[in-house]
Design a protein around this ligand. Structure first.
Ligand SMILES: Cc1ncc(COP(=O)(O)O)c(C=O)c1O
Length: 414
């Protein structure tokens, strides 16, 4: 009898259709170039170059010395939830109960848990049309359909367009302010209008506030602040925060969610069970120490200088680059070169050794194919931009942005 040829089984559609992140593509390409001994100006990944605050490291080692290495509650240790509730009061003047707080493995896992809480497979979530790529990876894995709300040319939301998108399958609306990659702060009136839209249509709001500690100009209004003005039974905001950016702790993978009620917080805690199997206990003790100090503004002030420097170099090179109001990035229009964002980023890396992330990955729009498969097309505006991170050492920033500006000037075709 002929032997069946051994074959490895196929992977799921969800895993194979899930788009790969353009951030990681550039990150890996830049690492490969560095590994060959080349100097690379790393303006790609959003990882502030500050040292981890010493007291966080001490909190972790003290916890290890106290043998705090066992499973912890799914919602996080009580001391951390309390410290976060206290931070919500000092940061936003919001009177949250520690029971509303759920600790997460970074904002990434918090976002995934919130998506799972609010949307069933087949439901729809509203995302801004230019967005952080992990959102689309999570919706693809969750079988949730994204619908994109348009942004104005300045990347603020086009509120007038929202109503036309309405469809009863929509369950949630995602807001990310200050935004990645745009750096735009949604004006308070826009936040209130998005909130009113969500309220009118009975939607959840997932508010990704990973960059809320890095605001350089303009007024920051958190959707959570609007939510806390409502009666408890009418609240709908799942507000998500990260220690990664605020405390230069990207590798520690810690974040948290403030839920609109104790009940929702306990369900989010339940979702942590399959998603993380509880958080790393010593790290939670480290974050308790982080919150004992009110210092994220020190890092923001240090970043403000780099934000200014990048803007000055771009302007001096003839770009009308509007500075971002918050976050860690400039999202730069390269349409004058006639190159797609991917070609631009690849050539910039190869010729100038500057790593910048192509905008294509920040606007992927899925199209359903026969058999339920998905294909992704880049958004036209995003595909003519590149993102650079200014949270890098000043000498790297100066050289990297100068090389980028002269590369654009040399490739200008219109
Ligand atoms: C908009 C946005 N949200 C969430 C995250 C994830 O943060 P964390 O490292 O806490 O998972 C990032 C990280 O780059 C981000 O840019």
């Amino acid at each position: 009898m002929p032997q069946a040829k051994p074959t490895t089984p196929d992977i799921s559609f969800r895993a194979s259709d899930m788009p790969r992140s353009s951030i990681r593509r550039l990150f890996n390409a830049a690492n490969a170039l560095s590994a060959r001994g080349e100097t690379v100006y790393r303006l790609d990944i959003g990882d502030p170059d500050f040292e981890l605050p010493r007291r966080i490291a001490e909190g972790i080692t003290d916890a290890l010395a106290r043998k705090q290495t066992h499973y912890s509650p799914m919602v996080g240790i009580p001391q951390l939830r309390e410290a976060i509730a206290h931070r919500m009061l000092s940061r936003f003047n919001l009177d949250c109960l520690p029971g509303q707080v759920v600790c997460n493995q970074g904002a990434t896992q918090a976002l995934n848990a919130s998506l799972q809480l609010t949307c069933d497979s087949g439901n729809t979530i509203m995302l801004p049309e230019i967005y952080w790529p992990n959102y689309i990876q999570q919706t693809t894995l969750g079988g949730v359909r994204p619908v994109f709300y348009p942004l104005n040319p300045d990347f603020t939301p086009d509120i007038a367009a929202l109503e036309k998108l309405w469809d009863p399958a929509i369950r949630a609306l995602l807001i990310n302010t200050p935004g990645n990659p745009t750096g735009v702060l949604f004006p308070p009136a826009a936040v209130r209008a998005l909130y009113a839209f969500a309220r009118e249509h009975g939607l959840w709001i997932i508010s990704d506030e990973a960059y809320c500690d890095y605001v350089y100009e303009g007024e920051f209004l958190s959707p959570l602040q609007v939510d806390m003005e409502q009666a408890e039974g009418d609240r709908r905001v799942l507000a998500i925060y990260s220690f990664s950016k605020s405390y230069a702790a990207t590798g520690l993978r810690m974040g948290y969610t403030v839920a609109p009620s104790l009940e929702i917080a306990s369900i989010l805690g339940l979702l942590n069970e399959p998603l993380t199997g509880s958080l790393t206990t010593p790290l939670q003790w480290g974050m308790v120490r982080a919150l004992e100090m009110e210092d994220p503004h020190e890092r923001r002030d240090a970043l403000r200088g780099r934000w200014q420097l990048a803007g000055e170099i771009l302007r001096a090179s003839g770009f009308a680059a509007k500075p971002p109001q918050g976050g860690l990035f400039y999202f730069i229009d390269i349409s004058c070169t006639g190159l797609t964002a991917d070609d631009f980023a690849d050539q910039l890396l190869a010729e100038q050794h500057v790593a910048a992330v192509p905008g294509s990955g920040f606007g992927l729009q899925p199209h359903a194919l026969a058999g339920g498969r998905l294909q992704f097309e880049p958004h036209a505006v995003a595909n003519s931009c590149v993102r650079i991170c200014f949270a890098v050492p000043e000498d790297q920033l100066r050289e990297g942005v100068t090389r980028l500006a002269s590369f654009i000037a040399a490739r200008r075709v219109r």
